[in-house]
Design a protein around this ligand. Structure first.
Ligand code: MLT
Length: 404
């Protein structure tokens, strides 16, 4: 992630509401001032004009954590969380200097427009300023962990109680990139499963049990006795297997966009058909089959770059990894009996527009887990961690706080 210099700004009385709190419009204005300040200190405030483009906000989300008052000095940290061909996502964190409280976090997506209002690729200088195009978390350095018959690429960030992230199919750990950046009080551990992303892809031997045992090897390699385990979709199927095989390594569970039932006969046939598509026509054909149902309509309209990023992530999964995962999912056992046996804190999460694991299916699963909390992420499809990163990270952070 490219980081810009921190900027300290004082909150003025006229920026606050009748109760003396920094108001929403003023916070956005402070963040904007911080951005211009970093340009002034770096490549110059005329950076965009020099290149005949203008950065236009396409989407802005802000998550408020604490009130700020006149006289507070806020440190604004700014980093690029995603960079596409014509767009960039900036992540801001505003922290009050006097007590270190995080006042707000915001994510702002900009698209570069030319004078005719057309999205325009970054020039070389702009590209240098914002850093290289992100191709997801695989661009970050990863630890190599040897497991039986494969080597896994594992991203480990920060210190604190461990949380292990398991991606779904056919993705890699880039699925969790925003949560890996945001959950700073935790040691975040995000492997690429065997056959995905930067891990090696054995020709065969894929099963839920194999994936689960790989994850135990990952926990051993990073010195984690146990961890909160967060799995999305296929990651959830693997988490059920972890609960059955290695319950003592699971401190709490986060089940995102997943289901407990095994595949129906029709679904099994679908797995076999998709495996044939992968073998005959490669990852692109798999991506085109899956993409229409993965993201919410609102995401596809407002964040076309995200569609490209998800396509790129699918392309990074080697064909043997795709076929192996499809067979492992086809043959996975039913996990409904596992739900009632969960004895650790549980959060169940789903996007309100998820077509693959629709909210009623996920809600029923949550109801079967003793004491489970449920979070429905608005305006997200199957990939809430990427589509609505702030809301997803917030739901995770609230749950994690409740465990401390
Ligand atoms: C996933 O996201 O992991 C898949 O949708 C799971 C599945 O195909 O059952």
């Amino acid at each position: 992630m490219t980081a810009f210099p921190s900027v300290d700004l004082t909150v003025y009385p006229y920026e606050c509401d009748a109760y003396g709190h920094l108001n929403h419009a003023a916070l956005l204005a402070l963040l904007e001032r911080a951005r211009w300040e970093t340009l002034a200190r770096g490549p110059g405030m005329d950076l965009f004009r020099r290149h005949g483009v203008w950065p236009t906000v396409r989407k802005a989300t802000a998550d408020y954590r604490a009130a700020a008052f006149p006289g507070d000095v806020l440190r604004i940290d700014t980093a690029v969380s995603q960079r596409g061909t014509t767009s960039v996502t900036l992540r801001h964190i505003a922290t009050r200097l006097s007590d270190g409280a995080v006042v707000a976090e915001a994510e702002i997506v900009f698209v570069m427009l030319d004078g005719m209002g057309r999205p325009t690729p970054f020039s070389e200088e702009l590209g240098r300023h914002f850093g290289p195009r992100t191709s997801g978390a695989t661009a970050r350095e990863a630890l190599g962990v040897a497991v039986e018959g494969a080597e896994l690429a594992v991203e480990v960030r920060g210190e604190g109680p461990p949380i292990l992230f398991i991606h779904g199919f056919p993705f890699d750990r880039a699925l969790w990139q925003h949560q890996l950046a945001a959950l700073r009080k935790w040691k975040r551990i995000a492997p690429d499963l065997r056959g995905a992303g930067g891990s090696t892809a054995p020709a065969d031997g894929y099963s839920m049990a194999r994936y689960a045992d790989d994850l135990v090897a990952v926990l051993d390699a990073v010195g984690a006795r146990d961890a909160v385990v967060c799995g999305l979709s296929m990651g959830g199927y693997i988490l059920f297997e972890l609960l059955r095989r290695h319950a003592d390594r699971v401190k709490a569970v986060i089940l995102a966009a997943t289901r407990a039932e095994a595949d129906s006969e029709e679904a099994k046939r679908g797995r076999d058909e998709l495996a044939v598509v992968a073998e005959r026509n490669g990852q692109d054909a798999v991506a085109e089959r899956l993409l229409p149902r993965l993201l919410a309509a609102a995401t596809r309209a407002a964040q076309p770059e995200l569609v490209d990023d998800v396509r790129a992530m699918i392309r990074r999964v080697p064909v043997p990894g795709i076929v192996g995962a499809l067979r492992a999912m086809r043959d996975r056992p039913d996990s409904t009996g596992t739900l009632g046996a969960v004895r650790v804190p549980a959060l169940v999460l789903v996007g309100s527009e998820d077509q693959i694991t629709p909210p009623p299916v996920v809600q029923a699963m949550a109801a079967a887990i003793p004491g489970a909390r449920l979070a429905v992420i608005p305006a997200a499809g199957h990939l809430a961690p990427l589509e609505q990163p702030l809301a997803t990270s917030r739901a995770l952070a609230d749950f994690l706080e409740s465990l401390r």
